[in-house]
Write a protein that binds this ligand. Structure first.
Ligand code: ADP
Ligand code: MG
Length: 577
């Protein structure tokens, strides 16, 4: 089972696909949102606390709670009272999510898709991946947040070349991305935003307003309650027009209260929300699109629950935004959908942007040599260098294969390509073979003789990506059914190739070395060679592998003797010794 994780600046979520449906998992108190906060107790022996527990501690001990660590991902500095790297703190949050998921599912969760902002660079993505690994998760995919949101909105089912804007206003960051969907694959055309703009800024404006009306709070706990009341009022006013803010015992025994209207809130939030407009215009300009060319505008991030934000987005893009999904859950839901696609449990509903089966070619001994593994995101490119297996070989046939089996003959052949070699000793030819799959699933196999510079190209349409679901399942089932036999056959084939190379060489070397090898060494080498021949005869994979390894080791000394001797002879010939 692969889980989907939205590692957010303020909140994080985890989900899995269960019975064909993506679902988000709740913690023991029923909450699906885990605050991205970590509290480090003063006693170093005490473990850090993550989530709502950390936020509760922040009120009492603000200096020991780290929040918004996502902003620092990929940076070298250290943060918090225990001077940890940002990714180490992110790992604690991911660990907490993993625990929430495992408690809900009653089984270990070890694989994940984790989302990151589209603008994250390689080192920020790598740091996020390392954080997942540190938390005990194999990170199957780092997914762009807007792409995840688009998946949650089901926009992957739009027509060819649809364009969508994803407007994401969270707690502390604003991201706007323009995506284009092509053959079920989302490409990010442009992104813009502000890493210091979000719902937190609105909270600050509301707190300042309440303080101006109610006076300064008397102490730290009263200040914490003021913040909580401001946030609660902001949330309530997304659905109602007026809200009563009540603060019992605000100053000693004095309780205060006042009424806040949505219009008042909007006046406070207006300047914050207005700052998103310029970012949106920049993203459109960078994508080279007029707003009218967009097919959908979708809103994500908790702050887009505010009617004011929805109005501003509608104004900038000149259309009503699509608000059919939970704004603070869409990204996590999309990550979960992606996880479901990867594990195969959602394949029937969604288009793939990955290779459904491995692609490779046949190599010596009839083995499958995988060039592009199954589940690789397209477009992609990979290659390998090949050489001639026998002296003066004139050509090589490249058989392009698809499938999960170890032996070439059990996979499907997509095509063939012949490459000519310059005649020469074994291992002298250099032929690079490259597989490239473009956005449209077109597989191009390029074989290039690097000596002569000649190219051969084979194009295979669609078969690389468009495979009938039933056939994909059949192939995977067969590869599981035959996993042991296949592996044994691969081990045997590889060991046999090595044995066939080694045995004649050993015989020759023994003859050439004559009395230079001690009797004991000779006996050991002969015994190892005999065992290798016996294992070959018996067709036993593990035994042959062990025998070849032993033979290799037994002849180490012999090889060294022969090298020394060759060197000596050459020096003597040249009159140096
Ligand atoms: P992030 O992606 O940065 O972790 P979220 O998408 O979880 O952030 O958004 C968090 C922000 O959404 C907070 O500022 C929170 O106050 C705000 N928010 C959540 N619910 C509402 C609501 N009902 N009305 C207005 N703002 C809300
Ligand atoms: Mg978010």
């Amino acid at each position: 089972m692969i889980c989907g994780i939205d590692l957010g600046t303020t909140h994080s979520l985890i989900g899995v696909v269960e019975a064909g449906f993506p679902i988000l998992l709740a913690d023991e108190s029923g909450s699906r949102l885990t605050p991205s906060a970590v509290y480090f107790p003063a006693d170093a022996a005490e473990p850090p606390r993550v989530g709502a527990a950390a936020l509760r501690q922040r009120v009492l001990d603000p200096g020991r709670t780290v929040t918004s660590v996502k902003r620092l991902m990929g940076q070298p500095g250290r943060v918090g009272p225990r001077a940890m790297r940002p990714e180490e703190i992110a790992a604690l949050i991911l660990g907490r999510l993993k625990a929430v998921g495992e408690a809900a599912m009653g089984e270990p969760l070890t694989r994940a898709v984790i989302t990151v902002p589209a603008y994250f660079n390689d080192s920020q993505r790598a740091a996020t991946k390392r954080a997942g690994e540190r938390a005990g998760l194999v990170v199957e995919r780092i997914l762009n947040e807007p792409t995840a949101a688009a998946l949650a909105y089901g926009l992957d089912k739009l027509d060819e070349r649809s364009r969508v804007a994803v407007y994401d206003l969270g707690g502390g960051t604003f991201d706007i991305s323009i995506l284009e969907l092509r053959s079920g694959v989302f490409e990010v055309l442009s992104t813009a935003g502000d890493t210091r703009l979000g719902g937190d800024d609105i909270d600050e404006a509301v707190v300042a307003h309440l303080q101006a009306r109610l006076g300064e709070p008397a102490d730290a706990p009263a200040r914490a309650r003021l913040w909580e009341a401001a946030i609660a009022a902001k949330h309530a006013l997304s659905t109602v027009d007026t809200h009563r803010v009540q603060l019992p015992f605000y100053r000693g025994t004095e309780s205060v209260e006042l009424e806040l209207t949505r219009a008042e809130l909007e006046a406070l939030a207006g300047p914050v929300v207005d700052r998103t407009r310029a970012c949106c215009r920049r993203a459109l300009a960078d994508a080279g699109l007029p707003a009218a060319d967009l097919d959908e505008v979708i809103l994500v991030g908790g702050a887009t629950r505010m009617p004011l934000v929805r109005r501003v987005a509608a104004e900038v893009f000149g259309r009503e935004p699509n608000i059919s999904q939970h704004p603070d859950e869409a990204v996590a839901l999309g990550a979960t959908i992606q996880a479901g696609i990867l594990e195969g449990s959602l394949r029937q509903i969604l288009l793939l942007d990955v290779t459904p089966l491995s692609l490779g070619l046949e190599t010596f001994g009839g083995l499958m040599n995988v060039i592009i593994p199954r589940n690789t995101t397209i477009p992609c490119k990979a290659g390998e260098l090949f050489t001639n297996a026998v002296p003066n070989q004139e050509s090589m046939l490249v058989r392009v294969l698809q499938g999960e089996r170890e032996m070439a003959r059990d996979n499907w052949e997509l095509g063939q390509l012949a490459i000519d070699f310059q005649p020469g000793p074994k291992g002298s030819a250099r032929v690079g073979v490259q597989f490239e799959i473009d956005q449209n699933g077109l597989l191009r196999v390029l074989a290039r003789d690097t000596r002569t510079g000649t190219d051969r190209v084979l194009e295979i349409r669609n078969t690389a990506v468009d495979v009938d679901d039933a056939r994909v399942e059949e192939m995977i089932a067969a590869s599981l059914d035959h996993a042991f036999d296949d592996m044994r056959e691969r081990v045997f084939t590889e060991a046999r190739q090595k044995a066939e190379e080694l045995l004649p060489a050993v015989d020759q070397a023994l003859a050439a070395a004559g009395s230079a090898v001690a009797e004991m060494d000779r006996a050991a080498i002969e015994a190892a060679a005999a065992e290798t021949r016996a294992a070959l005869e018996a067709g036993e994979a593990a035994r042959l592998k062990a025998a070849v390894t032993a033979l290799d080791r037994a002849t180490e000394h012999l090889a060294a003797v022969l090298v020394d001797r060759a060197l000596e002879e050459s020096l003597q010939r040249r009159g140096i010794l």
